[in-house]
Design a protein around this ligand. Structure first.
Ligand code: SIN
Length: 179
Protein backbone atom coordinates (compact mmCIF):
# COMPACT_ATOMS: atom_id res chain seq x y z
CA UNK A 1 0.00 0.00 0.00
CA UNK A 2 1.44 3.35 -1.04
CA UNK A 3 0.87 6.24 1.36
CA UNK A 4 1.97 9.75 0.41
CA UNK A 5 0.72 13.33 0.54
CA UNK A 6 -0.07 13.30 -3.15
CA UNK A 7 -3.76 13.90 -3.88
CA UNK A 8 -3.40 13.88 -7.64
CA UNK A 9 -5.58 11.33 -9.41
CA UNK A 10 -7.85 10.64 -6.45
CA UNK A 11 -11.29 9.52 -7.62
CA UNK A 12 -12.97 8.75 -4.31
CA UNK A 13 -12.75 9.73 -0.65
CA UNK A 14 -13.96 7.19 1.95
CA UNK A 15 -14.62 8.22 5.55
CA UNK A 16 -14.15 5.44 8.14
CA UNK A 17 -15.34 5.66 11.72
CA UNK A 18 -15.24 1.96 12.72
CA UNK A 19 -13.36 -1.07 11.46
CA UNK A 20 -12.35 0.92 8.37
CA UNK A 21 -10.08 2.98 10.67
CA UNK A 22 -7.99 0.00 11.78
CA UNK A 23 -8.52 -2.35 8.83
CA UNK A 24 -9.09 -0.22 5.76
CA UNK A 25 -8.32 -3.16 3.42
CA UNK A 26 -8.35 -0.83 0.41
CA UNK A 27 -5.59 0.47 -1.84
CA UNK A 28 -5.52 4.06 -0.59
CA UNK A 29 -3.11 6.73 -1.73
CA UNK A 30 -3.46 9.14 1.20
CA UNK A 31 -5.17 9.05 4.61
CA UNK A 32 -5.99 11.92 6.95
CA UNK A 33 -7.64 12.34 10.33
CA UNK A 34 -11.10 13.77 9.73
CA UNK A 35 -14.27 14.81 11.56
CA UNK A 36 -17.96 14.83 10.74
CA UNK A 37 -20.30 17.16 12.62
CA UNK A 38 -23.76 16.20 13.83
CA UNK A 39 -23.02 12.47 14.01
CA UNK A 40 -22.19 10.14 16.92
CA UNK A 41 -20.47 6.71 16.70
CA UNK A 42 -22.57 4.05 18.49
CA UNK A 43 -22.64 0.25 18.92
CA UNK A 44 -26.27 0.18 17.89
CA UNK A 45 -26.07 -2.00 14.78
CA UNK A 46 -26.45 -5.78 14.94
CA UNK A 47 -23.93 -8.06 13.21
CA UNK A 48 -25.15 -11.43 11.97
CA UNK A 49 -22.49 -11.90 9.33
CA UNK A 50 -19.14 -10.62 10.70
CA UNK A 51 -18.99 -10.44 14.50
CA UNK A 52 -22.02 -12.51 15.45
CA UNK A 53 -24.56 -14.98 14.10
CA UNK A 54 -28.28 -14.89 13.40
CA UNK A 55 -28.96 -16.57 16.77
CA UNK A 56 -26.43 -14.48 18.68
CA UNK A 57 -25.89 -11.17 16.89
CA UNK A 58 -22.93 -9.06 17.83
CA UNK A 59 -22.90 -5.27 18.03
CA UNK A 60 -20.99 -3.14 15.56
CA UNK A 61 -20.81 0.54 14.86
CA UNK A 62 -22.97 2.92 12.97
CA UNK A 63 -23.30 6.69 12.91
CA UNK A 64 -26.45 8.21 14.38
CA UNK A 65 -27.49 11.81 13.80
CA UNK A 66 -26.94 13.82 16.97
CA UNK A 67 -26.91 17.58 17.11
CA UNK A 68 -23.74 19.07 18.60
CA UNK A 69 -21.74 15.80 18.36
CA UNK A 70 -18.51 15.47 16.38
CA UNK A 71 -17.23 12.07 15.26
CA UNK A 72 -13.54 11.73 14.50
CA UNK A 73 -12.25 9.12 12.09
CA UNK A 74 -10.01 8.80 9.07
CA UNK A 75 -10.60 9.66 5.45
CA UNK A 76 -8.91 7.65 2.71
CA UNK A 77 -8.15 8.92 -0.79
CA UNK A 78 -8.55 6.23 -3.45
CA UNK A 79 -6.85 6.59 -6.84
CA UNK A 80 -9.20 6.55 -9.85
CA UNK A 81 -7.99 3.15 -11.04
CA UNK A 82 -8.92 1.55 -7.68
CA UNK A 83 -12.37 3.12 -7.28
CA UNK A 84 -14.48 0.32 -8.82
CA UNK A 85 -12.75 -2.44 -6.85
CA UNK A 86 -12.91 -0.43 -3.61
CA UNK A 87 -16.63 0.22 -3.99
CA UNK A 88 -17.40 -3.39 -4.74
CA UNK A 89 -15.30 -4.60 -1.75
CA UNK A 90 -16.92 -2.07 0.60
CA UNK A 91 -20.46 -2.82 -0.60
CA UNK A 92 -19.84 -6.49 0.18
CA UNK A 93 -18.16 -5.84 3.52
CA UNK A 94 -20.83 -3.40 4.75
CA UNK A 95 -23.79 -5.36 3.41
CA UNK A 96 -25.63 -6.13 6.65
CA UNK A 97 -27.87 -3.06 6.81
CA UNK A 98 -25.44 -0.33 5.77
CA UNK A 99 -26.13 2.21 3.06
CA UNK A 100 -23.84 4.50 1.14
CA UNK A 101 -24.04 8.15 2.17
CA UNK A 102 -21.98 11.20 1.16
CA UNK A 103 -20.89 13.30 4.16
CA UNK A 104 -18.98 16.56 4.42
CA UNK A 105 -15.77 15.70 6.21
CA UNK A 106 -13.40 18.23 7.75
CA UNK A 107 -9.65 17.68 7.46
CA UNK A 108 -6.68 19.81 8.44
CA UNK A 109 -4.83 19.05 5.20
CA UNK A 110 -7.63 19.37 2.62
CA UNK A 111 -10.33 21.46 4.28
CA UNK A 112 -13.82 20.08 3.67
CA UNK A 113 -14.09 16.98 1.47
CA UNK A 114 -17.21 15.12 0.35
CA UNK A 115 -16.58 11.51 1.38
CA UNK A 116 -18.45 8.25 1.00
CA UNK A 117 -19.49 6.71 4.32
CA UNK A 118 -21.32 3.49 5.17
CA UNK A 119 -24.11 4.14 7.68
CA UNK A 120 -26.64 1.65 9.05
CA UNK A 121 -29.81 3.74 9.35
CA UNK A 122 -32.22 3.49 12.28
CA UNK A 123 -34.65 0.56 11.93
CA UNK A 124 -32.75 -1.32 9.21
CA UNK A 125 -33.22 -5.11 9.42
CA UNK A 126 -30.17 -5.62 11.69
CA UNK A 127 -30.81 -2.57 13.89
CA UNK A 128 -30.49 -3.09 17.68
CA UNK A 129 -30.49 0.45 19.03
CA UNK A 130 -29.48 1.81 22.40
CA UNK A 131 -29.05 -0.08 25.68
CA UNK A 132 -27.05 0.36 28.89
CA UNK A 133 -23.27 0.19 28.54
CA UNK A 134 -23.28 -2.99 30.64
CA UNK A 135 -25.90 -4.71 28.44
CA UNK A 136 -24.04 -3.71 25.27
CA UNK A 137 -20.73 -5.00 26.68
CA UNK A 138 -22.29 -8.28 27.83
CA UNK A 139 -23.77 -8.91 24.39
CA UNK A 140 -20.40 -8.13 22.75
CA UNK A 141 -18.54 -10.38 25.20
CA UNK A 142 -20.60 -13.40 24.12
CA UNK A 143 -20.73 -12.83 20.36
CA UNK A 144 -18.44 -13.99 17.60
CA UNK A 145 -18.79 -14.68 13.88
CA UNK A 146 -16.85 -15.43 10.68
CA UNK A 147 -14.65 -12.30 11.10
CA UNK A 148 -13.74 -13.12 14.70
CA UNK A 149 -14.87 -12.20 18.18
CA UNK A 150 -16.97 -9.13 18.75
CA UNK A 151 -14.71 -8.22 21.70
CA UNK A 152 -11.67 -8.04 19.37
CA UNK A 153 -13.57 -5.69 17.05
CA UNK A 154 -14.16 -3.30 19.96
CA UNK A 155 -10.67 -3.52 21.42
CA UNK A 156 -8.98 -3.14 18.02
CA UNK A 157 -11.04 -0.06 17.34
CA UNK A 158 -10.30 1.36 20.79
CA UNK A 159 -6.56 0.81 20.28
CA UNK A 160 -6.70 2.53 16.88
CA UNK A 161 -8.56 5.50 18.32
CA UNK A 162 -5.97 5.89 21.08
CA UNK A 163 -3.12 5.62 18.53
CA UNK A 164 -4.75 8.37 16.45
CA UNK A 165 -5.35 10.59 19.49
CA UNK A 166 -9.14 10.26 19.16
CA UNK A 167 -11.22 10.41 22.35
CA UNK A 168 -14.69 8.84 22.21
CA UNK A 169 -16.57 8.42 25.49
CA UNK A 170 -18.98 5.74 24.19
CA UNK A 171 -16.12 3.56 22.89
CA UNK A 172 -13.98 4.14 25.99
CA UNK A 173 -16.84 3.06 28.28
CA UNK A 174 -17.61 -0.15 26.38
CA UNK A 175 -13.91 -1.04 25.94
CA UNK A 176 -13.29 -0.54 29.68
CA UNK A 177 -16.08 -3.03 30.49
CA UNK A 178 -14.54 -5.61 28.14
CA UNK A 179 -10.95 -5.44 29.45
C1 SIN B 1 -16.74 2.10 9.16
O1 SIN B 1 -15.78 1.55 9.68
O2 SIN B 1 -16.65 3.26 8.74
C2 SIN B 1 -18.06 1.39 8.95
C3 SIN B 1 -18.48 0.53 10.09
C4 SIN B 1 -17.60 -0.66 10.33
O3 SIN B 1 -17.34 -1.42 9.39
O4 SIN B 1 -17.15 -0.85 11.48
Amino acid sequence: MCVSNNNEGIGLWVFGYGSIIWRPAMAYQVAYLATVSGWARRFWQGSHDHRGTVDKPGRVLTLVPQEGEICEGRVFGIAKEHVDQTLSDLDYREKNGYQRQQLSVQTKEQGVISALTYIAPINNLAWLGDDSNQAIATQIQHASGPSGSNRDYVLSLHEALVENGIHDEHINNIAALLR
